[in-house]
Design a protein around this ligand. Structure first.
Ligand code: F3S
Length: 399
């Protein structure tokens, strides 16, 4: 790779050992992908996982004196105070949370603990070059904003936050953003839940090619969050286009960079139905309901509040969201409504955190296939249903 004088100085250790290590990793990534050079980044998001490898790397950088030049936002951890009110937290999990918090604080991260930073705290503009990790974030910023990021690991994004640069390859290059397969959606797309199913089933037909959707009309931001999160869970798809809607797809020709699409698939109501059947555990009694994978917006919190207002939930209902959404919900009286019904608004967390151990071995309901996918290894079962159906199930205790 050709490096600038400043980049070479970082690699030579002139800015300290931590910066040297971060630069060494980025150069190795760049060489692996034949990147000719580095380019500056103006934003980063680190998918902090609060797990041992994440902590090991973050503390290593801290001990080597690294500080972020581009303060990144970070993914969920868990809020000890909130969880200690409802469950026992193992001392070793508590220690990891505290150490991770300290390490990222010392690195100069913006401690948002949120997986939808692209909606509030870290919003890129069209064409901006960034280093984002987190599988629901990369498709959103690439596709909906037309910003540019590769599918970064937490560690490579952190290295970019420290050095301020990223290797120039992949989705950062104009030619690699070209649509690769036309996906005509014939399904009705009645609600945001249908976008979860569309996202999960599309890669079954398209592989990891960049899909260009037609037949989608004015999806909500929640629908787009769902679509991206599931495309990047059901597959490795961190960029998609929607003709007439996303900024790099004003029409079909533009989305394919002037070329005629070579392949086309059609997705129908039947495909979405089949996908749901494949993903969901069987119906029956449930022990809990869990939402917010990705973190819920205030509009989604309000939808739940409207459905449970004045009623009593048969099983606990948990909503994961950002601290700012929780605060907003409190100000709007929605938090109170949900809590009076027997629900909880949990800020800063992800269902893949050890704070949810009290649900292991139990069966829940969720609107998110991503939530069900990650918790399989934790022995949690999920019936997957639309948000409305899921809340109704939590009111009855079965689905
Ligand atoms: Fe967010 Fe965790 Fe789901 S980071 S998208 S709640 S897997």
């Amino acid at each position: 790779m050709i490096l600038t004088e400043h980049e070479q100085a970082m690699l030579d250790g002139k800015m300290g050992e931590g910066v040297k290590l971060a630069m060494k990793i980025l150069v190795a990534v760049g060489e692996a992908y034949d990147a000719p050079k580095m380019v500056p980044v103006t934003r980063a998001h680190v998918a902090l996982s609060n797990q041992e490898a994440d902590l090991w790397f973050a503390e290593k950088l801290v001990n080597m004196g690294a500080v972020c030049t581009i303060p990144p936002t970070v993914n969920p951890s868990f809020n000890l105070e909130q969880f200690q009110c409802i469950t026992h937290i193992d001392p070793e999990d508590e220690a990891i949370v505290k150490r991770t918090h300290e390490a990222y604080k010392k690195l100069g991260a913006v401690l948002t603990y949120n997986c939808t930073p692209y909606l509030e705290a870290n919003v890129p503009r069209f064409g901006e070059i960034t280093a984002f990790s987190e599988s629901s974030a990369t498709p959103f910023i690439n596709s909906v904003y037309g910003a540019r990021t590769n599918r970064e690991a937490a560690q490579s994004a952190l290295c970019s936050a420290v050095t301020g640069v990223t290797p120039y390859y992949g989705y950062l290059l104009e030619e690699n953003r070209k649509g690769e397969i036309w996906v005509e959606v014939e399904a009705d797309m009645k609600n945001d839940f249908d976008y979860q199913m569309l996202g999960y089933c599309t890669p079954k037909f398209t592989g990891f090619k960049i899909p260009v959707f037609t037949g989608l009309h004015n999806p909500s931001k929640e629908a787009l969050m769902n679509l991206g999160a599931q495309l990047n869970t059901g597959g490795n798809v961190a960029l998609y286009h929607i003709v007439g809607f996303t900024p790099e797809a004003s029409d079909l020709e533009t989305a394919f960079h002037g070329e005629i699409p070579k392949e086309k698939v059609v997705i129908t109501n039947e495909d979405l139905k089949k996908m749901r059947k494949e993903l969901t555990d069987p119906s029956g009694k449930i022990d809990f309901a869990l939402f917010g994978c990705p973190h819920f917006t205030i509009a989604q919190v309000k939808n739940v509040a409207v459905l449970v207002e004045g009623k009593k939930l048969a099983v606990p209902l948990f909503i994961m969201c950002s601290a700012s959404t929780r605060n907003l919900a409190k100000q709007m009286g929605l938090k109170n409504v949900i809590e009076e019904a027997g629900g909880y608004l949990m800020a800063d967390t992800c269902m893949d955190q050890p704070s949810w151990k009290f649900l292991y071995g139990k069966k829940g309901v969720t609107d998110s296939p991503k939530c069900a996918y990650y918790t399989k290894r934790r022995d949690m079962q999920f019936v997957i249903a639309s948000l409305e159906e899921s809340v109704m199930a939590a009111l009855k205790g079965e689905i």
